[in-house]
Design a protein around this ligand. Structure first.
Ligand SMILES: Cc1ncc(COP(=O)(O)O)c(C=O)c1O
Length: 375
């Protein structure tokens, strides 16, 4: 029986660890009187582009907005198809739908849970405009393969990097092999502000310029507007993110170290453990185990004061609200996405955990596993 209560998020602990710096940054913004499109946003965009090694970064209101504003900037809309995977958070497909395009869903690889790159070419039609690989759970999709297919078929690539900030491939960085990369800074993400936020990171100045305009009512000059929207990243969030960005590599290293502790503690159980591709820097935004008895494990942990969640228990194409008809086209069987939805469980994973807490989760999970074997 675990004696340690283990929650799923470390937001407050993170705030306490950085309290002086964060309070100082917030105070500075409050005293400056510059809260929207001010110098802290500019500074963070500069910091972000520097970290990602890209020419441009544009702060927006959320990861979802980052995606659909890029689609808008690229002229992707009604009549166009965008290929992505059914094993992702709803927002990936939702943004395609909001842009007016059709989401073409292919299955995921059963091991990495990322888009199965071998299925992409069969999904391409004359209407296909773009591929949206998602770096799910903290592991980059196989970007070299995606970029090669895109080049061969003259398609755009937009990375959904809401979940793998700071991850890398063996020979590529995220944001390097695409037209644009979209991130989310909602508090649950490994780089999160205190609310909603997102960004577009790109080497294409034309995309950055168009998103800058679109996020601000189609305006770069006061009172002069064209088609746009209101999706700005506030200076308060930007200032906090600049503070947190300095910690991201250290935090991701801690996640990787806890992932190793889980891997070692849970090997030999009936659970399927995460697969990290050789050479990839998986940053374990989520530590996912799989089991046909996932609900039983989740309940067992809950009774021992350990919170485990499901990401995601319903595949996109199985969502009640998903736009059928023109909004979606399914390619082949999506059996891996469906199996994943039925089997995945996310164990507590955040850098502010203690080794003792991770061990408590391992002990409870191993105890559950033994009971299954006896039962
Ligand atoms: C894979 C993925 N894509 C897109 C989003 C959308 O980001 P946001 O919640 O900031 O709109 C999220 C997160 O919420 C996500 O996990």
């Amino acid at each position: 029986m675990a004696t340690v209560k283990v929650g799923f998020y470390g937001h407050v602990r993170q705030y306490h660890n950085l309290k002086n710096e964060i309070d100082g940054a917030i105070h500075e913004v409050l005293e400056s009187g510059s809260y929207v499109m001010g110098p802290k946003l500019k500074q963070f965009e500069c910091d972000l582009a520097g970290y990602c090694n890209t020419k441009e970064a544009v702060g927006v209101n959320s990861g979802t907005d980052a995606l659909w504003l890029v689609f808008m900037a690229l002229g992707i809309g009604p009549g166009d198809e965008v290929i992505t995977t059914s094993n992702t958070f709803f927002a990936t497909a939702e943004a395609i739908w909001v842009a007016g395009a059709t989401a073409v869903l292919v299955d995921c690889d059963p091991k990495t849970c990322n888009i199965d790159v071998n299925l992409i070419e069969a999904a391409i039609t004359s209407r296909t405009k773009a591929i949206v690989p998602v770096h799910l759970y903290g592991q980059p999709a196989e970007m070299r393969a995606v970029a090669e297919i895109a080049k061969k078929h003259k398609l755009l690539v937009i990375e959904d990097n809401a979940q793998a900030f700071g991850a890398r491939g063996p020979d590529f960085t995220l944001g390097e092999l695409s037209d644009a990369m979209c991130t989310s800074f909602i508090i649950q993400k490994n780089l999160g502000c205190f609310g909603d936020g997102g960004a577009v990171v790109t080497n294409r100045t034309d995309i950055a310029d168009r998103v800058r305009k679109l996020r601000n009512h189609g305006s770069v000059k006061r009172s002069v507007h064209s088609m746009g929207y209101n999706s700005r990243l506030d200076d308060l969030h930007a200032a906090v993110l600049s503070v947190k960005l300095k910690q991201i590599d250290k935090w991701n290293d801690q996640r990787r170290s806890y992932a190793k502790q889980y891997d070692e503690g849970l090997k030999g159980t009936s659970l399927t453990l995460p697969t990290a591709l050789p050479g990839y820097r998986h940053i374990y935004h989520l530590y996912i185990v799989e089991s046909d008895r996932r609900d039983s494990l989740q309940e067992y942990l809950k009774q021992r004061d350990i919170t485990a969640l499901t990401h995601y228990p319903i595949a996109i194409h199985q969502q009640e609200g998903f736009p059928w008809g023109k909004g979606a086209r399914l390619v082949g069987s999506l059996k891996n996405a469906e199996a994943s939805a039925a089997r995945v469980l996310s164990l507590p994973m955040f850098p502010e955990l203690t080794g003792e807490e991770v061990q408590a989760v391992i002990d409870a999970t191993v105890a559950w596993d033994k009971e299954q074997k006896i039962g």
